[in-house]
Design a protein around this ligand. Structure first.
Ligand SMILES: Nc1ncnc2c1ncn2[C@@H]1O[C@H](COP(=O)(O)OP(=O)(O)OP(=O)(O)O)[C@@H](O)[C@H]1O
Ligand SMILES: [Mg+2]
Length: 336
């Protein structure tokens, strides 16, 4: 997701987010079905007209997986910000934790010719900056997320973990799990197919059901959802199926979290364990914070405290990117 902004206003000028997706018109599409003669649609339009398009994600598992789609998406975003070529357009790109030089070079090559300057910043750090409420920094009871925290960003293709210690994170402050929401969808879809072989649900429909009823912890039965089987509505119980898919992912998440916590210096580990914050779409999984907390306790950690960023998770990375852009002096940006 991105935020676009133009002009030189001093305030946080948060304008719009766009889902990172590109849709290519299917062959032999009849005139007038799509809103224009365009063969490629981006962001919300790609989602809206998805039944007539082949959707491609420029990123998968947090890495660029389709260079042409990524280039098209960058160009689209650049044109949303301004069509004017007199001004420089600077871009802050959130990169998953632990991406290597090669991945950075790929992004740089794609952005060259589209944007003028660039910064690459780990996404969980951007989320932490976005979550930070500067107006409360003088309140004694406010915990500044930038000082000592562990941010866990559960996205679609990857989970990014980052220790936040008051400065820009280094490689060793980060850990990454190449699984997240997409993997839950795939495990959930397989189990629905096994238990209810007559249902032929698309992965989009499976994701939609997951987003309505995902949870972790003790399995719940009787979570009913209506699906169409041969065109007829049928109620199926997905309670234990969605719970199992989410719990399976959670055990991988705990392993990745423990690996990172092991690297924390003993002077700050207590404070960091007190401030574990889950963000990204996966933070909306019901009961996730209490369950992560319970599992960390079970692993022997003392007083872990886990929270989520709440309902407003979608804009945090973009808002953090905006704050970085405002505060970075011009000589620190990479020229493209
Ligand atoms: N209510 C919900 N319950 C469970 N999962 C949800 C919910 N809402 C969104 N998600 C999942 O969160 C994921 C998307 O999260 P997010 O928007 O943070 O991803 P992203 O930043 O686009 O992806 P990535 O970080 O992997 O590039 C999807 O798998 C989506 O299904
Ligand atoms: Mg993300």
């Amino acid at each position: 997701r991105v935020v676009g902004s133009s002009g030189t206003s001093k305030e946080n000028k948060f304008e719009k987010t766009y889902p990172t997706v590109v849709g290519y018109a299917r062959d032999a599409i009849v005139d007038g079905v799509l809103p224009s003669q365009d063969k490629i649609f981006f962001g919300d339009d790609a989602v809206k007209f998805r039944s007539y398009l082949e959707l491609k994600k420029p990123l998968s598992h947090g890495q660029v997986s389709d260079i042409a789609a990524a280039k098209g998406f960058f160009t689209y975003i650049r044109n949303q910000i301004t069509q004017d070529t007199d001004n420089e357009v600077c871009v802050v790109l959130g990169v998953p934790s632990s991406t290597d030089e090669k991945a950075h070079d790929t992004l740089k090559n794609i952005a060259t010719g589209i944007f003028d300057r660039m910064l690459l910043i780990p996404t969980p750090f951007l989320a932490a900056l976005g979550f930070r409420d500067e107006s409360k920094l003088n309140n004694s009871d406010y915990t500044d997320p930038i000082k000592h925290s562990l941010f866990v960003d559960i996205g679609a293709g990857s989970t990014d973990l980052c220790l936040i210690k008051g400065y820009y994170p280094k490689q060793e402050d980060q850990n990454n799990l190449r699984n997240a929401g997409d993997q839950i969808d795939s495990v959930f879809a397989d189990s629905i197919q096994r238990q209810y072989p007559d249902t032929k649900l698309s992965i989009t429909k499976v994701r939609e059901i997951k987003e309505q009823c995902a949870y972790v912890g003790e399995l719940q039965n009787g979570v009913m959802t209506k699906v169409l089987v041969n065109g007829k509505p049928k109620n199926i119980d997905v309670g234990s199926l969605v719970g199992n898919a989410c719990n399976q992912y959670l055990s991988e998440l705990i392993n990745t979290t423990v690996q990172l916590v092991t690297r924390v210096h003993s002077d700050s580990v207590e404070q960091i364990l007190q401030n574990i914050v889950i963000c990204g779409g996966g933070s909306q999984i019901s009961n996730i914070a209490p369950e992560v907390q319970r599992l960390l306790l079970e692993q022997g950690y003392e007083y872990p405290k886990v929270t989520t960023v709440g309902k407003n998770y979608q804009n945090l990375v973009a808002l953090g990117a905006w704050k970085v852009a405002r505060s970075t002096p011009s000589e620190k940006w990479q020229h493209l």
